[in-house]
Design a protein around this ligand. Structure first.
Ligand code: NDP
Ligand code: MG
Length: 396
């Protein structure tokens, strides 16, 4: 029997990382955790190492690495601890690695994910911010290295499953008319507008259907998540922004749809559990058990659809504008959003101010071409600075 596939899980201590390790543990004959990374939750990382015995663990600082290395040795493990972005890039590109789960949140995931792409790995892409920031360069690198890029985001995994059979082998999306990107509408879909001014981080993170990390939960509440996903879909499926329509579907059972020129509309359905797209991408083009219970359509009973309200969700409008502007605009949108959401989660800004920070940042800086990674990080840094200046101007 062949050896199990070696998987590096970047962001192992997060929500996607844990779901990935759950699936890996169900199939020890097929998959083995090669490397696990953590950032702040280092005791959880130790527990994961004890459970999965990876070859490498990655932490952000040298002191934390020494302490984890001691703990691992005491537990009788030979796992080697690496440090920082360099360590992440090393385990992403290691010749022994078959696939990389890119599940670090935010811009911090870009360089390690690109390292995996450049090494020609199979990429399981959860870290949508990486693709949003650097779309053209990222897809160019995928084509150059021949990397197989499989979407983990539930909507994009659904679209991928509804695409023509040979799409992933480099054939185009011939015959596709529109992509219908579903959105639950988050916790504030029906909250009276006057109350939105006072909602707390915990309310924003209480998603009705999905359990996720705090940053993406806030993005889901503001629908910036759907905006980032719109940009992500354009890159993954070679679509124009005008071909991607956002559809509010509060039950989160249909994970997205593809509309073909002959009038056929294909959808992928399932319980809202990330282990389905993770298993789909891990095993593609085969199918494996994910641990997700079968969908009970009688319990679901009905499926509703609504158009999104851009007045309620200005972040969706800002993201669509950035998608249309292209170039540096998506990287700036993403960076301003990261600063604004972190400040909201810290209690420094109010929910409605997230969109104001992003809009003012984008209005202050012209859109420029981004021909290399350096230009992407320059745009990212400029937007972070402008968003931070907004915070200090407003005494936060
Ligand atoms: P979490 O916040 O739960 O996990 C994020 C992971 O990234 C953790 O392992 C965290 O480490 C690590 N991390 C955070 N900051 C850094 C940094 N600066 N450098 C290195 N590592 C870092 O997020 P999710 O798992 O929810 O989301 C991960 C990604 O997947 C995001 O891009 C999100 O948009 C995407 N995604 C998530 C979905 C979900 O259902 N959760 C669905 C679709 C996409 P630590 O915890 O130790 O601090
Ligand atoms: Mg999603």
């Amino acid at each position: 029997m062949s050896r199990p596939q070696q998987i590096s899980v970047l962001g192992a201590t997060g929500s996607i990382g844990l779901s990935t390790l759950d699936v890996i543990a169900r199939h020890p004959e097929r998959y083995q955790a090669f490397a696990l990374s953590g950032f702040t939750r280092l005791s959880e990382l130790l527990a994961l190492c004890v459970r999965h015995a990876p070859r490498f663990a990655v932490v952000p600082q040298a002191a934390a690495a020494r302490s984890l290395q001691d703990d691992l040795r005491a537990a009788g493990l030979s796992t080697r601890v690496l440090v920082g972005e360099e360590g992440l890039c090393q385990v992403a590109a290691d010749p022994e690695v078959d696939a990389v789960m890119a599940a670090i949140v935010g811009a911090a995931g870009l360089r390690p994910t690109l390292a995996a792409v450049e090494a020609g790995k199979k990429i399981l892409l959860a870290n949508k911010e990486a693709l949003v920031m650097s779309g053209a360069l990222f897809m160019q690198a995928v084509r150059k290295s021949g990397s197989v890029l499989l979407p983990i985001d539930s909507e994009h995994n659904a679209i991928f499953q509804c695409m023509p059979a040979d799409f992933a082998r480099g054939l185009s999306s011939v015959g596709v008319r529109r992509i219908l990107l579903t959105a639950s509408g988050g916790p504030f879909r029906q909250t009276p507008m006057a109350e939105l001014a006072h909602v707390s981080p915990d309310q924003a993170c209480a998603h009705p259907n999905w359990s996720m990390g705090r940053k993406i939960s806030v993005d889901s509440a503001s629908m910036m998540n759907k905006g980032l996903e719109l940009i992500e879909a354009c890159w993954l499926f070679d679509a124009k922004p005008s071909q991607v329509e956002v559809v509010i579907h509060p039950q989160s059972v249909i994970h997205s749809l593809v509309d073909y020129v002959d009038g056929s509309v294909l959808a992928q359905l399932g319980n809202p559990d990330m282990r389905t797209p993770i298993s789909n991408a891990l095993a593609w083009p085969e199918r494996i058990d994910s641990g997700v219970p079968p969908l009970d359509l009688f319990a679901v009973a009905r499926l509703d659809f609504q158009a999104p309200d851009e007045e309620r969700f200005p972040c969706l409008r800002l993201a669509r504008q950035a998608a249309e502007a292209g170039n540096s605009a998506p990287a700036m949108l993403n960076a301003a959003n990261e600063v604004a959401v972190a400040a909201f989660l810290d209690g420094r800004v109010r929910y409605l101010e997230i969109a104001s920070i992003i809009e003012e940042t984008l209005n202050l800086e012209p859109v420029v071409a981004v021909d290399d990674l350096e230009a992407v990080f320059t745009a990212d840094a400029k937007a972070r600075l402008l968003a931070e200046q907004w915070l200090s101007r407003h005494g936060r």
